[in-house]
Design a protein around this ligand. Structure first.
Ligand code: NI
Length: 149
């Protein structure tokens, strides 16, 4: 188990656009494993590569229903809306109300480069949107309609 340092708000790396992954090698697998360990160690449900200082389009999600590894993910459809509390391991202790689609479908690649599709509703839809936005240098804070205590 290898933990990586989680970059916090104010670190410029969190504002940069990440690059597409083209090489699916052991280095990527180690990154994915380290990201998952780092996320679960911090009780998070999602983590994107820029949060550990790597500007690649990579994220891991586990909302308690198993690990999902996303490489080069793209949202291909959205349905409905939901409002709920959201937070981020890069912005510790801050939670806010954020509107997200109720359901999203994402196309991505797995750690071997194989394409797959994942559809998520509710919390999974929220996590998918949140992590994909990290890859474009965006934090959830800019979407918060009301900060929660
Ligand atoms: Ni986040």
């Amino acid at each position: 188990m290898a933990l990586r340092e989680i970059r916090k708000k104010g670190d410029e790396i969190l504002e940069k656009v990440c690059k597409e992954v083209k090489v699916f090698d052991e280095r990527l697998w180690i990154l994915l494993d380290d990201m998952y360990d780092t996320m679960t160690d911090s009780d998070g449900v999602g983590l994107a590569a820029p949060q550990v200082g790597i500007l690649k389009r990579v994220a891991v999600i586990d909302i308690g229903e198993g690990k999902i590894e996303l490489i080069n993910p793209v949202i291909v459809s959205e349905e409905g809306t939901q409002n709920g509390s959201e937070g981020c391991l890069s912005v510790p202790g801050v939670y806010g109300e954020v509107e997200r689609p109720q359901k999203v479908t994402v196309e991505a690649q797995d750690r071997n480069g194989n394409k797959f599709t994942v559809t998520g509703e509710d919390l999974l839809a929220r996590a998918l949107c949140h992590e994909i936005e990290h890859m474009d240098g965006k934090l959830f804070l800019e979407r918060v309609t009301e900060f929660l205590e």
